[in-house]
Design a protein around this ligand. Structure first.
Ligand code: ACO
Length: 328
């Protein structure tokens, strides 16, 4: 269906969920050759939440989705699309989104997953935005959910300390240009990838041989070097596309891979750290969930308010990187 009217995707609700089980740096140091000082100094991380026995990614996603729907005040039967960004699906197939659909009873929706690793939430947001703008959907649940604890090697200090589990969700609704909220919502999304850097960050599960479950492998220093450059490109693009400057932005919600990367972006763009929403100290890197969890936290505590301009940015495996401008 071609759009015959201009539409915008407006945020109507936000939710988040962290599993109750929490692992501190000191807990990790009892099994790994690491220290709280090393982890805090290199990453800013102090703790991470992980799945309890019997929990899976779809459980995290469903809890976040229910809270987002309650925040929007929408009946679940009015949701016509569910997009889940994840790299840790419950199973290789069906999509985790289908399981979430069943768990929350969204029987009128169609549902699928998006995999763009740590950029996954912005990719999913962009996909949802296209459906809403074209009139193919009216109300969409966009969820970022990952249970990285399933795929890290808990004996590898170089990766085990970096990740956590969680989920965050937004409810989006299409409004047309005559609507009072038309100036709010998603103003732009910008997606990038470069598969030549596939090997910098990957999970070595080989479904062809299925020898054994794989784990996260990362060339951390190389990823770190790329991060400021690529995130910088994504931020510059979102600013220039919307003809705005840093001063016009109320909040920056970066992907939470490492506090040093967030501080590097802050210095590079002269963004005061007070404008950065930071959760990495408490959540660690929850991959596709970091951005919606940070939005949930900052909206709940009153930092992000109606009509605030919010820039999202991320970079992750693929490599992928992305940005978006959302007027809350
Ligand atoms: N505790 C103690 N020492 C450690 C640990 C640990 N947990 N991990 C590594 N070390 C050691 C290394 O063995 C190395 O020792 P050596 O000098 O004797 O060889 C030393 O610390 C330095 O290791 P580096 O890897 O060079 O440390 P660096 O300062 O680069 O920090 C880190 C590592 C935190 C991983 C950093 O490179 C980083 O954050 N990279 C980016 C990660 C990222 O952005 N990921 C985003 C995408 S995630 C996604 O898409 C799913």
């Amino acid at each position: 269906m071609l759009p015959n009217v201009a539409r915008r995707s407006v945020v109507r609700g936000v939710g988040g969920y962290l599993p109750p089980k929490c692992i501190t740096n000191a807990d990790l140091a009892t099994n790994l050759d690491t220290t709280d000082e090393w982890i805090v100094e290199r990453t800013g991380m102090k703790q991470r939440h992980v799945l309890a026995d019997g929990q899976n990614t779809s459980d995290l996603a469903a809890e976040a989705a229910k809270l987002a729907l309650a925040d929007a005040g929408f009946d679940v039967q009015t949701i016509d699309l569910i997009v889940v960004a994840t790299v840790t699906p419950d199973h290789p197939f069906p999509a985790t989104a289908a399981r979430v659909q069943a768990k929350i009873g969204a029987s009128k929706a169609f549902a699928f997953d998006v995999n763009a690793v740590c950029s996954g939430f912005i990719y999913a947001l962009s996909v949802a935005d296209q459906y809403l703008k074209t009139g193919m959907a009216k109300r969409v649940l966009v969820i970022g959910a990952d249970a990285m604890s399933k795929i890290v090697d808990w004996n590898d200090r170089a990766t085990a300390v970096l990740f956590g589990d969680g989920a965050g969700a937004l409810v989006l609704e299409a409004v047309d240009e005559s609507h009072v909220d038309y100036e709010r919502g998603i103003h732009s999304t910008h997606l990038f990838s470069d598969g030549c850097h596939y090997d910098l960050l990957y999970v070595n599960t080989d479904l062809a041989t299925a020898a054994q479950p794989g784990h996260v492998h990362m060339q951390g220093r190389e990823i770190f070097k790329s991060a400021i450059k690529l995130i910088g490109e994504a931020v510059e693009t979102v600013l220039s596309s919307n003809n705005i400057t840093i001063a016009d932005i109320d909040w920056f919600v970066p992907h939470q891979a490492n506090l040093r990367i967030i501080e590097g972006i802050s210095v590079h763009f002269k963004i005061p750290m007070e404008k950065m929403v930071v959760t990495v100290d408490r959540h660690s890197n929850t991959s596709a969930a970091t951005i919606p969890l940070a939005l949930w936290e900052a909206a709940r505590d009153g930092r992000i308010q109606k009509n605030h301009q919010v820039v999202l940015e991320a970079m992750g495996g693929g490599l992928t990187w992305a940005s978006a401008l959302v007027k809350w």
